[in-house]
Design a protein around this ligand. Structure first.
Ligand code: ZN
Ligand code: ZN
Length: 318
């Protein structure tokens, strides 16, 4: 088991399942997950002008991560209880009921939801959930202002995903008497609007500095905001979360992995402009959100249409 909360949730599930074998999803782990979610939202909520403190953000991350894990696994249990085992082939009912087993990690949980339960999770949500899990594990090093912005933006991404997930995939399979969860959801949605308002306001404040750089501004792999302009002769710096990359190759690769969701990123090409191998063939910028362009993460030059095709072809043959 990866944490105490989950162990508790699973033990509760086991107890309830012994006395109730209806196919409806048992409510106990869901209620447990909702408790974590309410706590996370309370910690993230931006009352008045003061942003959440480092301590607020720490508990927001811990509890949001716990909520994500418990709620996603609750949906897997609805398909079959053995699916939350790290190795379902070795699952036993007794171990499940006692809560004494090694459960699957968050990546495996998402894979199984997609492949077995037909729950679609898009690349951006997947990356944010994975990243939140990593952040929780790295919390002992937490406390940096730059991180606080990124954490808040990413947490609101995961929160947005969870609210949709609960509505679409959990509530429909809950037992009838548990539908009062919708009431909690209404409150959470209202609070979610306050949280995203912080992100929106900060992006608005940054507009005057970011607007002139729209042609080469991409989504930041750290905070997922469209706030990372790529320019020649300056380390790439996100205006929203202040993350900085000294080496163009690093930011290009993180972009490929986290924004394009390519697990094995090999997309770097020689730039037709500066000749350095920092060009990514499939990029979206603020100015070109719908149409792919090629962008050099070294010199910031953007290449449209024919050049993108050439870069693709080079990639396929060489
Ligand atoms: Zn950023
Ligand atoms: Zn270049």
């Amino acid at each position: 088991m990866s944490n105490q909360a989950e162990r508790h949730a699973t033990a509760e599930t086991g107890r309830r399942l012994r006395e109730n074998s209806r196919p409806d999803l048992d409510f106990t782990p869901v209620r447990n997950g909702m408790d974590y979610l309410i706590s996370a939202v309370t910690n993230l909520k931006n009352d008045g002008a003061a942003p959440p403190s480092d301590r607020d953000l720490k508990y927001a991350v811990l509890h949001l991560q716990a909520a994500t894990e418990v709620l996603l696994k609750a949906r897997l249990v609805h398909v079959h209880w053995s699916l939350v085992f790290k190795d379902p082939g070795n699952a036993s009912r007794k171990a499940y009921e006692n809560g004494k087993f090694e459960s699957c990690n968050i990546t495996a949980t998402m894979d199984r939801l997609t492949k077995i339960a037909q729950v679609a999770i898009d690349d951006k949500d997947r990356a944010a959930i994975k990243d939140l899990a990593d952040t929780r594990n790295a919390l002992t090093h937490f406390g940096h202002t730059a991180n606080a912005f990124a954490v808040e933006a990413k947490a609101s991404q995961v929160l947005g995903f969870l609210l949709t997930f609960i509505h679409r995939h959990l509530v429909p399979v809950l037992a009838e008497e548990s539908k009062d969860i919708e009431q909690t959801m209404a409150t959470l949605r209202a609070q979610y609007r306050d949280i995203t308002a912080f992100v929106t306001q900060r992006m608005k404040d940054l507009a005057s500095s970011l607007d002139p750089l729209a042609e080469s501004t991409v989504e930041c792999p750290d905070c997922f905001q469209w706030a990372l302009p790529i320019r020649e002769d300056t380390p790439a710096t996100c205006h929203f979360c202040l993350a900085q990359w000294e080496i163009p190759q690093d930011v290009a690769q993180e972009y490929g992995l986290l924004i394009r969701g390519e697990d094995d990123f090999r997309g770097l090409r020689d730039c037709p402009c500066c000749g350095e191998p920092y060009c990514v063939g499939v990029v979206n910028t603020v100015q070109s959100k719908e149409t792919d362009v090629a962008l050099c993460f070294g010199c910031g030059d953007v290449f449209y249409e024919r050049r993108v095709r050439d870069l693709h072809n080079e990639g396929m043959t060489g």
